[in-house]
Design a protein around this ligand. Structure first.
Ligand code: SPV
Ligand code: MG
Length: 291
């Protein structure tokens, strides 16, 4: 049987660009699948936010892994696991990759920050990067640790986030490719696509690029395709932001209206939640087995 990484590689090969939606729960992962996304981003930012915590290495590997396993249990889409810095040094990365692959991930993304990391999009964040050689060791360790050669090891280059400029970002990307990375995720928090577009045009490596255009929403799928070298786009935090938007609106309306009479028609029915819980199957099982 083809491994889970192969599934993602095949999708990239057939469509040229895969659209990966963030999720923080099996329910959000299922909604992403029903919407038609190619895969799930098991986002550290989203899970941290779900716990009401900052995305600064506070959520443990066990917490993240448990959630990813729960998502993999309920949804058969490929999962790209955001393993932050790999939870330590190269030795920790070996353990993490083994665990995530066994738990059903198709890919891991490891970032070149020091542990504990600081979330990338925050203004004036402390963005300390590892030495290139040290991160190369982590990438090599990740590649060696995988069981299935199809499992993707994606190196996340934070040089632009750290304000080190394009030449440092390109140097790092080339070094990570040399260490065996299957793809390079280049991250940026500029408000326009210019910085990433410039990087992509200058990239002469063989491996394709991954982007997370949260900060620069003008980067549409059409624009990405025109650049040619990007094969994966991750919508990094749109599940949790959509959930917060919806909850805020509904909670405020209930208090304002003095009851649930107005919002009732605006939100999904309880029956829709039953569907998402596979309640029909419970009824079938009851009929068949309860005696
Ligand atoms: C995440 O979703 O956890 C990410 C993307 O790593 S970002 O928050 O933009 O760094
Ligand atoms: Mg993250």
């Amino acid at each position: 049987m083809a491994g889970k990484g192969r599934l993602l590689r095949d999708r990239m090969a057939s469509s040229g660009l895969v659209h990966i939606m963030a999720a923080h729960s099996p329910l959000s992962a299922r909604l992403a699948k029903e919407a038609g996304f190619d895969g799930i981003w098991a986002s550290g930012f989203e899970l941290s936010a779900l716990y009401g915590l900052a995305d600064v290495s506070l959520v443990s590997m066990t917490q993240h892994l448990d959630m990813m396993r729960a998502m993999a249990d309920r949804v058969d889409l490929p999962i790209v696991a955001d393993i932050d810095t790999g939870f330590g040094n190269a030795v920790n990365v070996i353990h993490a990759v083994q665990q995530y692959e066994r738990a059903g991930a198709s890919a891991v993304v490891i970032e070149d920050k020091s542990f504990p990391k600081v979330t990338s999009l925050v203004a004036d964040g402390r963005q300390d990067l590892l030495r290139i050689e040290e991160f190369q060791g982590k990438i090599e360790a990740a590649c060696q640790a995988r069981q299935d050669a199809g499992f993707l090891v994606i190196a996340r280059d934070e040089a632009l986030i750290a304000g080190l400029g394009e030449s440092e970002a390109l140097k790092r990307a080339a070094a990570y490719e040399e260490a065996g990375a299957d793809m390079i995720l280049i991250h940026s928090r500029q408000k326009t696509p210019d910085e990433v577009e410039s990087f992509v045009r200058a990239w002469k490596g063989r491996v394709p690029i991954v982007i997370v255009p949260t900060a620069y929403p003008a980067m549409t799928a059409e624009r990405i395709r025109e650049l040619g070298k990007i094969k994966m786009v991750i919508y990094g935090n749109h599940a949790i932001r959509a959930a917060v938007t919806a909850m805020k609106d509904v909670f405020a309306a209930i208090l304002k209206d003095g009851g649930i009479q107005n919002v009732d028609k605006k939100i999904v029915t309880v029956e829709e939640i039953f569907r998402l819980q596979d309640m029909d199957q419970v009824k079938i099982n009851e009929k068949r087995y309860l005696r």
